[in-house]
Design a binder for this molecule. Sequence first.
Ligand code: GDP
Ligand code: MN
Length: 395
Amino acid sequence: MNIHEYQAKEILKNFGLPVLQGKSYSKNLDTLHADIEDLNGPPWVVKSQIHAGGRGAGHFKNSFNDKGGVQVVFEKKDVPSIAQLMMGNVLVTKQTGEAGKIVNHIFIEEGCDIDREFYLSLLVDRNSSKIMMMISSAGGMDIEEVAVTNPEQIINIHFTTYKDVSLDESLLTKLDITKNQLDDLTSIINKLLNTFTSIDASTIEINPLVLNKQGGFVVLDAKISLDDNALFRHPELLELKDLTEEDPLELQAAEHDMNYVKLDGSIGCMVNGAGLAMATMDIIKQFGEEPANFLDLGGTANKDRVIMGFKIIQSDPNVKSILINIFGGIIHCDMIANGIVEAVKELDFKLPLVVRFQGTNSSEGRDVINNSDLRLISIDDFTEAAKKVVDLAKG
Ligand code: GDP
Ligand code: MN
């Protein structure tokens, strides 16, 4: 689960990290005129809150000035009007894709005199099962780009303990900072590690961490991703979820205990079991098409779930054909087949459908499919089924 910058900064502030004063707004900006008197400036920074990076270099669909989703404002009277223009507007960044994202929250922060910008993040390194820190003096910009063009500028450090860590003095020259600043950085890292482990984060990314003109570190941008599997331990963090940022279809699927992930391709997949879902997506790619989704009906798939699955896949306009790939174990293929027939009738489903059954009651299931007077295609062989569904999507 991702949270907004203003929420991340609230958490970081509580763990003692140096963040600037700011105020957040959801939809309603009425109190901003009064609030601004409490925020030091000029300048003030008006920041669009969306779950995507690159806001500063982004642009608004209904462009009201040539600046992006993060604007440094020097006139106090301009702050509310710029915030008003951002709110509800669609921000397009490198990470949102062309469709962009609606700005439903605005964060207003006091400005900061930036001397230098660093990149700093903590994440779980799966290879070593350790928390890893990435730090670079090439901050502020796209770190993916730095990783490609100047990988030597990114320093990776694996921690073996997450308390009272110290940083190697080689960072003095690598980051070109003073001994005092290295001490400050060490304190920041320890606080961040404490935050990371306390909230069960999967990533904390600070880009930029700046050195201001007075030589002190300030967290200027913050992105936190939380480990979904640990959220049950943090009901107060679960409340930070912004449903307007979640894919509505994924939310609907989650309500029915199904695992749905929307993808960009044209072939809808309805499968039981994550491994079979992976294999199904792989074989579709192998025949030159892309899956439109990952939908795992789960081990206890039943007719209602099949209907729900159809509804979800149907509401994706990119889907051209569907492959239903079921391995009958505890669930019976004929039961799923009846669910498919009913769902197709009930929803007046028009897209071409290929069904593959293996396992418990697969031949009974096949009979149900073949005896229906619907345009359903039953194919037993995995490869043949995949080829067929790819042809149908193309044709
Ligand atoms: P992002 O583009 O989504 O990563 O948003 P950021 O919060 O990182 O802001 C983008 C850039 O705006 C930063 O890298 C800074 O250069 C600039 N910026 C943000 N806050 C301030 C500020 O208080 N003062 C100044 N001068 N620049 C700022
Ligand atoms: Mn940033």
